[in-house]
Design a protein around this ligand. Structure first.
Ligand code: GUN
Length: 288
């Protein structure tokens, strides 16, 4: 068997074309979705991520603003800025790029962002709403994974989804979203003792560990769908996932490549959430 690629960049581009038209329609009603991205310090990977977000905003017509602050910015200043943006009607989404410098509490920052502008879907109120199936901003990477699977016409209901990794940003919420789609979900992590036994039962295997080449074909059930969330930089500077791609290609039915797999979907769902936030904030005026 040779797996079919789930080309995230193509699915993302199609979605962004649709979003561009939607933003044009909204602008005719005087609504311009606005996203503010805040970054502290000079970390090259974070700088590159936020530039990608800015560029993507521009392409679909979202008003993307980037606020770059020095690494030593006091926490109180950052919280003050968030408070200001919470009260700014032109700003529909606030994203503070993580990780933050050690002197700033990630929890305090995430909880300071209004749940109504939390387009990352990290605020505990949005997580609670997601868990209880209420209207919520869904975290972008997990949301993007579900959208990619759906875009390929793959039925999720009744499937056994095994997730390797339990981070708050990817592992835990992606399991919840698959559960919301009526899948049966198993989590594996660093303390799981019989991982291979678990992963070889997976109809859909999501790997979000952050270690290059962590999963070989012996962990994959023939015909499984493999979602590789890892983004690891090799010594030669190239990006690679958590899955041994060539091996997995021989045994899986579908697989996401790295790069051009999950990554482009994450930014796309951030754009989606920002547009949604703009619409929700004008719902009283009949915008839907
Ligand atoms: N750092 C890496 N990924 C993300 C993300 O999705 N959102 C934020 N805020 N920071 C990140």
């Amino acid at each position: 068997m040779v797996a079919e690629l789930i080309k995230g960049h193509e699915i993302a581009n199609t979605k962004r074309e649709q979003m561009k038209m939607e933003v044009e329609q909204l602008s005719k009603q005087g609504i311009v979705p606005g996203l503010v991205v805040i970054i502290l310090g000079e970390d090259p990977a974070s700088q590159s991520y936020v530039r990608g977000k800015q560029k993507a905003c521009e392409k679909v017509g979202i008003d993307g603003k980037l606020i770059e602050l020095p690494e030593e910015t006091p926490e109180s200043d950052l919280l003050g800025l968030i408070d200001q943006l919470n009260n700014d009607d032109s700003c529909h989404g606030i994203l503070v790029q993580l990780p933050l410098p050690n002197h700033i509490s990630e929890k305090a920052v995430i909880e300071a962002i209004s749940p109504d502008k939390d387009v990352d879907g990290f605020h505990p109120i949005n997580i609670g709403r997601m868990m209880t199936g209420q209207r919520a901003f869904l975290p972008c990477t997990p949301f993007g994974i579900i959208e990619m699977v759906k875009a390929k016409g793959i039925e999720i209901g009744g499937k056994h989804v095994v997730i390797i990794g339990r981070s708050n940003i990817v592992g835990k919420p992606v399991g919840q979203l698959f559960l919301n789609e009526n899948a049966t979900v198993t989590y594996c992590h660093s303390r799981t003792t019989n991982m291979k036994e678990m992963t070889t039962q997976a109809d859909i295997l999501v790997v979000a560990v952050g270690r290059a080449d962590f999963i070989g074909k012996e962990f994959i059930k023939p015909g499984a769908i493999v979602i590789d969330v890892g983004v690891n930089r090799k010594e030669d500077g190239k990006l690679t996932g958590d899955v041994k791609f060539e091996e997995a290609m021989e045994i899986a039915s579908y697989i996401t490549p790295v790069p051009k797999g999950v990554g482009p979907m994450t930014i796309t769902m951030l754009l989606h959430n920002t547009i949604l936030s703009a619409k929700w904030s004008h719902q009283a005026e009949g915008v839907n």
